[in-house]
Write a protein that binds this ligand. Structure first.
Ligand code: PLP
Ligand code: COI
Length: 340
């Protein structure tokens, strides 16, 4: 490692840490500039920027992993680039070419290599690419200029404790509208989720689960992770809906479940009053990794899946295999990891 940093790697949470370098590229007069690494973590933008007033911005989240041999790898950055393209299309922002996105991520990891947690600590380097509309616009129309940036920080578990069961409660609020922006990773979805999240936390839950905004009968997702359940017949089931964020972790788990663990898999409706069909359940995402769900509270009753204290055996196997691939201990499907 190039430099030493004094961090208690095994006790990191999911909090901002300023690292040394971030990548910044600007879009002006119809094109992205070369982009460069900068030390300053402050951005100076016009007070009339569309990102500030109308939420014209999107972001991504991916991680770099330290392998046992000391090398570093990214997990499926092409998928994040593709999803960011969809977010840009939806908000009329210029897209970032996939190669530029991946190159920016690689540059940021290399420049902050000493912040990539050591293998075996369970911690990772979280990368946060984002695009914001900037420049002088006050009407509700696309910005004249944009900034694409990627910063990073070492992180531990998103939900306290990591691979331990947590309870969720079903929210009365919607995270997204049926034909809205739920399927893209735009800030507005998250601004609206802060209050329902707080209500859930104040009542002792880790977070809330949203139901589908049209009928309020089917599980949609968690505020920052997708849902999955394991049926009594060992099927990996995850909701299908046009208003959930298509999780790259979920897509990866569908493959892991089928190809590595020989489970049946299906994306389909998951009815909130039919939780009995599942013997285990979990939340999955880049930040959440796999977080086992102990129970879900709905209409004042807590439905417990496997246990509120222990991790179910299939959830454990999914976790071990996914993390094994991400940390380089288990052979990855072709194209899933990018060595740095
Ligand atoms: N759902 C929401 C709302 C999220 O914010 C995230 C995090 O990115 C996910 C699901 C999980 O997606 P991924 O696995 O691509 O990180
Ligand atoms: C992620 O898992 O990367 C997320 O973006 C979740 C959250 C921190 C918003």
């Amino acid at each position: 490692m190039s430099k030493q940093v004094d961090i208690d790697w095994s006790h990191l949470g999911f909090t901002y840490i300023k690292t040394d370098q971030r990548y910044v590229s600007r879009w002006q007069e119809g094109q992205w500039d070369q982009g460069k690494l900068v030390g300053d973590n402050m951005l100076t933008i016009s007070e009339a920027s569309t990102a500030l007033h109308y939420g014209q911005q999107c972001f991504e989240g991916l991680k770099a992993y330290r392998r046992k041999d000391g090398k570093i790898q990214l997990f499926r950055p092409d998928q994040n680039a593709k999803r960011m393209k969809k977010s840009c299309e939806r908000l009329l922002m210029p897209e970032i070419p996939e190669e530029k996105f991946i190159d920016a991520c690689i540059q940021v990891v290399r420049a902050n290599e000493h912040y990539v947690p050591p293998y075996g600590t369970g911690a990772t380097l979280y990368l946060r690419p984002f695009i914001i509309g900037v420049g002088d616009t006050i009407g509700v129309s696309p910005a004249p200029e944009y900034i694409f940036s990627v910063f990073c920080m070492p992180v531990g578990p998103y939900f306290k404790g990591g691979m331990v069961p947590v309870n969720f409660t079903v929210s009365d609020y919607d995270r997204a509208a049926p034909q809205g922006t739920g399927a893209v990773k735009v800030g507005g979805n998250y601004a609206g989720s802060m209050m329902p999240h707080q209500v859930a936390v104040d009542r002792g839950f880790a977070d809330c689960i949203y139901l589908d905004p049209k009928t309020h009968t089917k599980i949609e997702e968690v505020g920052a992770a997708n849902f999955f359940g394991i049926t009594k017949a060992d099927q990996f089931i995850t909701p299908q809906s046009p208003s959930i964020l298509p999780s790259i972790t979920k897509q990866s788990l569908l493959h892991v479940a089928k190809e590595y663990l020989s489970l049946g898999t299906e994306e389909r409706d998951v009815y909130i009053d039919k939780l009995d069909e599942f013997k285990e359940a979990g939340a999955c995402g880049t930040a959440a990794v796999i977080t086992p769900i102990g129970g879900i509270e709905y209409q004042e009753k807590l439905h417990v899946f496997y246990s509120e204290k222990e991790v179910g055996p299939i959830t454990q196997k999914l976790y071990d295999t996914l993390c094994g691939i991400q940390f380089g201990d288990v052979e990855a499907p072709k194209g899933w990891v990018v060595e740095i």
